[in-house]
Design a protein around this ligand. Structure first.
Ligand SMILES: [Zn+2]
Length: 178
């Protein structure tokens, strides 16, 4: 049996169900050996490089402002684990795409009735989704063709309003196993 990769966080990608934190890497000799110093299970750096996991921390938000009746994709941000809550998302102040937003800090899967909803996702996952939906288009065109309001209403319908969508991505077997 392959040991589970730890995911202590409380927030997962609305597209792939993966985490937003950098994964742990174990010692090369035995990456799965429990080690108090290293924090236990992790990836073997000989098989998966740290650089190859950088996409995990590049997140954006699909949100919806009810006052404007408009969906939006934020600029880049990062996830921060909050042990007593669902975790928080801090958008990068330097990213011009975030200037349109009223706030730079949001809670994971925030859903304030009639105000705003927040769905975090990996930037890479959005690109893959765009290419799957519009395989004959250039990537940028494919990304702009995604119906944000349609995607938002689907995610809202499936949201557990806490840390993920109610779809079987495998995260349910990894959740809360630090
Ligand atoms: Zn993802």
């Amino acid at each position: 049996m392959v040991p589970l990769i730890r995911t202590a966080e409380q927030c997962y990608c609305a597209i792939c169900g993966g985490p937003f934190e950098r994964p742990r890497f174990g010692p090369k000799e035995n990456p799965f050996s429990p080690s108090k110093k290293k924090g236990g299970n992790g990836y073997n750096p000989d098989i998966i490089s740290k650089k190859a996991t950088e996409w995990l921390v590049e997140l954006r938000i699909l949100g919806y402002f009810y006052a404007l009746k408009q969906g939006f994709i934020s600029g880049r941000g990062q996830f921060f684990n909050v042990f007593s809550g669902p975790g928080s998302i801090h958008l990068d102040q330097k990213d011009p795409a975030n200037e349109q937003l009223p706030n730079l800090n949001y809670s994971c899967y925030e859903d304030k009735a009639g105000a705003i909803t927040i769905f975090p996702f990996h930037e890479t996952c959005y690109k893959i989704l765009a290419k799957v939906l519009y395989p004959d288009e250039e990537l940028f065109t494919a990304m702009t063709r995604i119906d944000l309001e349609g995607l938002h209403s689907t995610m809202r319908y499936l949201s557990n309003r806490k840390d993920a969508l109610l779809i079987r991505t495998g995260l349910e077997t990894r959740r809360n196993k630090p």
